[in-house]
Design a binder for this molecule. Structure first.
Ligand code: ADP
Length: 474
């Protein structure tokens, strides 16, 4: 019989399970492009390809003051954004936690009335004149962009029907209703001088905000989010969105499309699967859905790592944590007990004795030896690397699908705006993603011409830019 595997060897063996080879990346890009095309042709596909009805990109010369409301999972943010016309902006912001009583109730207008009251307070504090002149000839009417992060079937730039609530919301009588109309009605009841002119997804906001700030010679093609979840919105030729009926079909020009790519490969033809991925999916609120997101995003990475460590502690053949019984490892046993920020700490630890990692592990799990820390880091790195390489599948597929590298516009550079704590804070995430882009045949050395730029405030500045575009059409 062979000698017992060292802890490091065990970790390296498990890390291999998370490998996603260059060949795998290329295959998945082909599958992703295929599913993007399906989503452009038909409704209800795995990659939904939702039209945003935004048909132009900011140039950076936009000017004016706009309001933005971002109704998130826990907070509502109200901003006034002043676009300076030179790619810069100034922003005043108010933020408040949404009272749980309005998240689940049987009054369809309760939440929207509460938001309108909050916006009223914001105007009282920051634009009191706009309230006193409301209804008069001198009235200043604000155009408002609404960032809404629940599933919506958008009908136009300023209307969309709620498909379903998510993130713990459940308000009776809203599904199927136009959420812009509900917000507008609440403003009108308070006689606020506001027109809700645009409805956007946060990835659309990231793309718009980046296009506004990017150098004029550069063409922004994609806004992507790698935070709690993952998603992207890109610039599509309107003529390719064949599922859109009505006058727009066959139109020239562009439209921003929200991919909803977190659900890529529902049929599981291209994605890697470990036993830990299966456990995550089975215990999730939406088994079988968002399989791509479940392997990439901040919400899940820490939990994947926790499941691996748990399996090591439960394996009698593995020496880890000095043999402490699993029954005593309360933190490790708690579902969602490890956050992906824990992995960022390990990844960023360059100390020879792994002292930073050991301190983090002690805080989040229990006392760790050098060998324990070394093993956990090896596994954590493999999970983070797989996530970044899968992220490259989505980004690479958009680049391949749009042909933007070949077109040679904008000095041949491809510009991508990204937002989210994972890509912003996980050391090496963006670099790993870019390296994997270089392995895609159609990109290769073109990888050097791709700029991935962190773009904050998509839901504020992006919504303001959407309101600007929409106001021009009124
Ligand atoms: P949201 O996506 O909800 O708008 P964020 O972009 O801040 O918000 O993303 C939050 C997610 O990012 C959480 O899942 C959290 O685990 C993860 N996260 C927060 N900080 C870090 C970090 N330092 N490194 C990696 N992931 C992080």
């Amino acid at each position: 019989c062979g000698s017992r595997e060292s802890l490091k060897e065990v970790a390296e063996r498990i890390a291999k399970e998370f490998e996603f080879s260059d060949v795998d990346v290329r295959r998945a890009v082909d599958g992703f492009v295929k599913q993007m095309n399906e989503g452009l042709r038909s409704h209800g596909c795995t990659i939904e390809q939702l039209p945003s009805f935004i048909t132009e990109l900011p140039t950076g010369f936009e000017k004016g003051t706009y309001l933005a409301v971002d109704l998130g999972g826990t907070n509502v943010r109200v901003c006034s954004v002043t676009l300076e016309g030179d790619g810069t902006f100034s922003l005043i912001q108010g933020k408040s936690a949404i009272p749980t009583v309005w998240m689940t109730c049987d009054n369809p207008s309760g939440l929207f009335n509460w938001v309108a009251n909050f916006v009223h307070e914001f105007l009282e504090q920051n634009y009191p004149d706009s309230l006193t002149t409301a209804g008069t000839e001198d009235a200043q009417i604000f155009s408002l962009g609404f960032t809404f992060s629940h599933a919506v079937h958008q009908l136009d730039i300023n209307s969309g029907n709620l498909i379903r609530w998510s993130k713990g919301f459940n308000i009776d009588g809203v599904v199927g209703q136009d959420i812009c109309a509900l917000l507008q009605n609440a403003f009108t009841e308070l006689a606020l001088p506001i027109l809700v002119t645009a409805l956007i997804n946060d990835t659309v906001g990231t793309l718009l905000a980046r296009a506004y700030a990017s150098p004029k010679s550069v063409h922004t093609v994609l806004g992507a989010v790698f935070g709690t979840g993952t998603n992207g919105a890109y610039v599509e030729q309107t003529s390719k969105i064949s599922k859109m009926t009505g006058s727009r079909t066959g139109e020239k020009g562009i439209m921003i499309v929200n991919t909803e790519w977190g659900n890529f490969d529902q049929g599981m033809e291209y994605l890697p699967t470990t036993s830990y991925d299966k456990t995550i999916d089975a215990g999730s609120v939406n088994p079988g859905f968002e399989m791509f997101e479940k392997r990439i995003s901040g919400m899940y990475l820490g939990e994947i790592l926790r499941l691996v460590i748990l399996s090591l502690v439960q394996d009698p053949k593995v020496d880890i944590f000095d043999g402490v019984a699993i029954s005593e490892m309360l933190k490790l046993r708690a579902k969602w007990g490890l956050d992906s920020s824990f992995m960022s700490h390990l990844e960023g630890d360059n100390s020879p004795d792994l002292s930073l990692s050991r301190t983090q592990i002690e805080k989040c799990i229990g006392m760790a030896s050098f060998q324990d820390a070394q093993a956990i880091r090896i596994i954590s790195h493999a999970i983070g690397r797989r996530s970044a390489r899968l992220g490259a599948v989505a980004v690479g597929a958009v680049i391949v699908h749009t042909g933007c590298l070949k077109r040679g516009e904008g000095e041949g550079r491809v510009d991508i705006g990204v937002d989210g704590s994972l890509i912003e804070l996980y050391p090496g995430f963006a670099a790993e993603l870019k390296a994997a882009l270089g392995e895609i045949e159609e990109i290769g050395e073109g990888e050097e011409r791709i700029d991935i730029v962190v773009t904050k405030d998509g839901s504020g500045v992006g919504a303001a830019l959407a309101a600007h575009v929409a106001a021009k059409r009124l």
